[in-house]
Design a binder for this molecule. Structure first.
Ligand SMILES: NCc1[nH]cc(CCC(=O)O)c1CC(=O)O
Length: 314
């Protein structure tokens, strides 16, 4: 068992949201095992994605290195033994982990919806024709362009405070953030309204925290088993299989959400052209334990409907 003199090292990025997620993980671990918080040490790791100079350029993340932008250095620290476990926003995680690492512990999922954020308007439908929306998320941009081709899209990046300041400065009339992030930061009031999945299906794994470890580390396996949330794991299996089969990542115009209904999985998915000119969506139902097959099947079904050239962004 970890102790104050031999603490378990929890690796995380240093952003306010990442830290909140690491503290939540520590609180759950210490409660589940009756250990003092000092038995867990939070180790902040700087990733390429945290490079302020790159991010400030308001470039699409895809241009900055794509997959693994926020995870590479953290996974290296896991492999080297500098940390014992790593806490991640599952939305940002590539669908496959490096050799020797395992991602099979998930905390109970937060709100999966996107939040509509604006100083002037209450909801997406309230936005007048031609309004300016800030977002750097390929998925949100494509969905918005698809639903509301009249809106003007601008790149928008930064933490919650930065984005709110930009709204106040009139850089955009509205933006979108994950409800989960706002809730975890204690900033739920920032959301003017929540956007339901029928209006805009969220990103795969949105609102879920995953904890990664070395596959061979049985001590961590036991410690993490006590805080794993089964239903979240089953839902993510379906969503991430959907994404993996589409060869997507967190920065592709793909949306997916699995829910549990009457003890069965209900998976909805959507793929879009980046400019929003076309969207293909579908759903599938299956047994709780068959998420991986369900996700792959739905992905193949949507791919089969996609005209040639649909995936030019890949
Ligand atoms: N890509 C950034 C990112 N990764 C996870 C979250 C929010 C928390 C979550 O979805 O779990 C966010 C910010 C956002 O989309 O507003």
């Amino acid at each position: 068992m970890p102790s104050a003199t031999d603490p378990l090292k929890i690796g995380t990025r240093g952003s306010p949201l990442a830290l909140a997620q690491a503290y939540e993980t520590r609180a759950r671990l210490s409660a589940a095992h009756g250990l003092p918080p000092e038995a867990f040490e939070i180790v902040v790791i700087r990733t390429t994605g945290d490079n302020a100079a790159l991010i400030a350029a308001d470039q699409p993340l895809k241009a900055l290195g794509g997959k693994g932008l926020f995870t590479k250095e953290i996974e290296e620290a896991l492999v080297s033994g500098a940390i014992d476990i790593a806490v991640h926003s599952m939305k940002d995680m590539p669908t496959a982990q490096p050799e020797g690492l395992l991602l099979d512990c998930f905390l109970p999922r937060e709100d999966t919806r996107d939040a509509f954020v604006s100083t002037r308007y209450a909801s997406l439908t309230d936005l007048p024709e031609g309004a300016v929306v800030g977002s750097s998320s390929l998925r949100r941009r494509a969905q918005l362009a698809n639903r509301r081709p009249d809106l003007k899209l601008v790149e928008f990046r930064g933490n919650v405070q930065t984005r709110l300041k930009k709204l106040e400065d009139g850089v955009a009339d509205a933006t979108f953030l994950a409800m989960a992030g706002l809730n975890r930061l204690g900033k739920a009031e920032v959301a003017r309204s929540a956007i339901g999945p029928d209006e805009m299906l969220p990103a795969v794994a949105q609102g879920a925290i995953g904890i990664e470890r070395r596959a061979a580390d049985s001590r961590c396996a036991d410690l993490l088993a006590a805080i794993h949330d089964g239903p979240t794991g089953l839902r993510l299996a379906a969503e991430r299989s959907f994404l993996a089969t589409l060869d997507g990542s967190c920065e592709t115009p793909i949306a997916g959400l699995a829910e549990i209904l009457d003890d069965r999985l209900w998976l909805r998915g959507e793929i879009l052209r980046p400019d929003g000119s076309e969207a293909i969506s579908g759903e599938a139902h299956g047994a709780l334990a068959e998420g991986a097959a369900l996700g792959a099947d739905l992905a193949r079904r949507l791919l089969a409907q996609a005209p040639k050239g649909f995936f030019d962004w890949r």
